[in-house]
Design a protein around this ligand. Structure first.
Ligand code: CUO
Length: 694
């Protein structure tokens, strides 16, 4: 059985448990706790003369144990912020453990898991600790409640009687709902774990040292912009048009959604559903202590657009302050989200977080039915709901409005004198069950089955491995070859930026650069040295700067550690933030979706950031483009999304014309071809491919 961890079985109050950090023989008695922690905490009411419980715990006790917790709720954020601070302040591992046991026993378990996870990700002494896969510790937020009920039944059988629980592919809706064609993507386990993990790495409320990461607001903008770009790519793959942007807070939300997820299976407190064409209303919910009107949202929106169009925002002292080319997008990100770094909450409010809340409570805006929030109001589940993309397309539009006020990049900013990217190709490896590799330029996707071990998350069930099996998209690994001509006469360090985009819009009409740029998804970014003269750079799709490997999504703590265990890879928890490798490519279609692969070389001397030159050899560099580098500044000085984040100099141009005079860029046509069959079964995480028919 997997080791007992505090984050296992979140509703089971522990009497004693082995140390999750130290040797397995250490135990912690809840009532007594370690003999002399520097902040004594007890689960029994303090006797006269004993120190009282810390305020953070007393406050957190006000959230009922079985309520659903969400960081999109300001009150919940405040409670989490207090607990994170408490966990961060613990002097050593022993004290942290005693505090954790106390909070686990006294407070809402979802709040506990969130706050402890954020603290573990940020405490220097915990950096080698691998957090267990969140799918296995909180399966109710990632897997169908039906399947989890079934897993409970299996868990009660003997080891030899147990069967793997199959999760059907079409369990939230059927094809009468056109949006259901994308359920495989929206409901993907890896994508949702990534989003949850991203919000742990970038909490919007916690001690300032944790929140104030380099370019945090810009990262909020960029990571979510890329989600929308990827979603549109996926929509084109299945024959749907680009996602509709939420145009007004008062319009009906055509896309209903019923998540069929129950984070608290014991009390059956599932996420609420939302019927088609629902509208949001003024909110007054005592349950989450939110009392706001739609007109508040509209006021915040107007003020944010005022800041964008005037080029100035109002800071904490009420002064007009310029949004500069250097930091404007970063400040705007903090304002729009809003994180605790937002400069003036009275003026700019809490637009994005509250949109998650207004939409997610539109079925019961006053709480009179005592209904739970919808899936869209919680980061672990929000990306399942089609409305997430309407909403975030609207948020993205705010940032785009700002980016459109900036000067287009000049040729000097875009070019790299003396270095040319003369050719580029991709070669996909042989697809499981086929004899030969695909033709050059053909990328391949198919289906895979993976098993997830759930016993860490089945509260109150007997111990023993219990498996569920999910089907998901997968892509065949591929290699890039870049041919470079370096005429500078010396070796040159370059950043290679690689993007993929659909060739046309949903009607098959070519897109002008001004619009096309919004569809480019980053697939890789890396630093390389090119020798003088002609040379080739090779790169594998597995090295992508946005992804984490399959194992980190689907495997458990002890097995997800890379075999070599090198120092730079030990920093596993932070690394678990990242887009899943199995979703690196859009699905494409059976005929092969026409795409453009774009690459650009830039001067590393201009790109590099002091102290973050760790693209090579640093700690935890997986998924750096989406998750940053731990304890370091973002290692690329250029704006995130460069060169697609701004309008072109000529609004009439297409990509070809945009690149015309720039030898350091190259675009080639590729296709993404999808095979609607399960070609891979890796039931035990083994590397070999087992072709099966389906
Ligand atoms: Cu990640 Cu709205 O911030 O979902």
């Amino acid at each position: 059985p997997p080791p007992e961890l505090l984050s296992n079985r979140e509703r089971e109050v522990v009497d004693s448990l082995p140390s999750r950090f130290g040797p397995p023989t250490t135990t912690v008695a809840v009532a007594g706790l370690p003999a002399e922690p520097s902040t004594p905490v007890s689960l029994v009411p303090p006797a006269p003369g004993e120190p009282p419980l810390p305020d953070a715990i007393l406050n957190a006790r006000e959230l009922p144990r079985l309520a659903n917790f969400s960081v999109f709720v300001p009150w919940h954020r405040r409670l989490a912020g207090g607990l994170i601070e408490l966990f961060m302040a613990a002097g050593d591992e022993e004290e942290l453990r005693s505090l954790a046991v106390a909070v686990h026993g006294l407070c809402n378990p979802q709040l506990f898991v969130y706050a402890l996870s954020v603290a573990l990700l940020h405490r220097p002494d915990m950096r080698d600790l691998a957090l267990p896969s969140f799918v296995s510790t909180m399966p109710g937020r990632f897997l169908a409640s039906d399947a989890i009920r079934r897993a409970y039944l299996e868990a009660n059988l003997t080891d030899t009687q147990r069967e793997v629980v199959l999760i059907p592919r079409n369990w939230t809706a059927n094809d009468e709902e056109p949006e259901h064609r994308l359920a495989y993507w929206r409901e993907d386990v890896g994508i949702n774990v990534h989003h949850w993990h991203w919000h742990l790495v970038y909490p919007s409320q916690a001690p300032r040292a944790i929140v104030q990461k380099d370019r945090r607001g810009e990262m909020f903008y960029y990571m979510h912009q890329q989600i929308i770009a990827r979603y549109n790519f996926e929509r084109f793959s299945v024959g749907l048009g680009r996602v509709r942007r939420l145009g007004s807070f008062r319009e009906p939300l055509r896309e209903g959604y019923y998540a069929k997820l129950t984070p608290n299976i014991a009390r059956d407190l599932g996420y609420a559903g939302r019927p088609d064409n629902a509208t949001i209303s003024n909110v007054s919910r005592e349950l989450e202590r939110v009392f706001l009107d739609i007109s508040d949202l509209e006021r915040w929106e107007t003020r944010i657009f005022d800041a964008i169009h005037s080029g100035e925002y109002i800071n904490a002292r009420g002064e007009r302050t310029p949004l500069t080319e250097e930091t404007g997008i970063d400040i705007l990100g903090d304002i729009v989200e809003a994180s605790v770094l937002t400069p003036n909450p009275n003026i700019y409010g809490d637009l994005h977080n509250m949109l998650h809340f207004f939409i997610g409570t539109c079925h019961d805006p006053t709480g009179k039915h005592q209904e739970q929030i919808q899936a869209v109001t919680e980061p672990a589940t929000a990306m399942r709901d089609p409305v997430f993309y309407l909403m975030h397309a609207y948020i993205d539009d705010i940032f785009r409005e700002y980016k459109n006020t900036l000067q287009p990049y000049s040729e000097a900013q875009l070019g790299l004198p003396g270095v040319a990217l003369t050719a580029m190709s991709v070669q996909t490896s042989t697809v499981p069950g086929e004899q030969a590799p695909p033709a050059p330029g053909v990328l391949r996707t198919f289906l895979q089955e993976s098993d997830i071990e759930l016993s860490r998350g089945l509260d109150f069930a007997p111990r023993g491995p219990t498996l569920v099996r999910v089907q998901h998209l997968q892509n065949a690994p591929f290699d890039y070859t870049f041919s470079v001509q370096n005429a500078t006469g010396a070796a040159k360090r370059v950043t290679v930026r690689v993007f993929l985009a659909p060739q046309t819009d949903e009607r098959g009409i070519p897109l002008r650069f001004a619009d096309h740029r919004n569809y480019f998804v980053e697939v890789d970014k890396f630093v390389a040295t090119v020798a003088p003269g002609a040379s080739e750079l090779k790169r594998s799709s597995a090295q992508s700067s946005i992804t984490i490997p399959w194992e980190q999504t689907f495997r458990d703590v002890d097995t997800n550690r890379p075999p070599d265990n090198t120092p730079q890879q030990q920093d596993f928890s932070f690394c678990s933030c990242g887009w899943p490798q199995h979703m690196l490519l859009p699905r494409g279609n059976a005929e092969g979706l026409p795409c453009v692969l774009f690459a650009m070389l830039t001067d590393y001397e201009l790109d590099k950031v002091e102290g973050s030159e760790s693209q090579e050899g640093g700690r935890c560099k997986a998924a750096v483009s989406f998750c940053g580098l731990r304890d370091k500044r973002f290692p690329d000085r250029r704006p995130m999304g460069f060169p697609f984040d701004r309008l072109p100099r000529n609004a009439d141009h297409y990509l070809r014309q945009f690149m015309a005079a720039l030898d350091n860029m190259r675009a080639v046509d590729v296709t993404v071809q999808f095979t609607n069959r399960v070609l891979l079964r890796r039931l035990d995480g083994a590397a070999e491919a087992t072709p099966v028919t389906s």
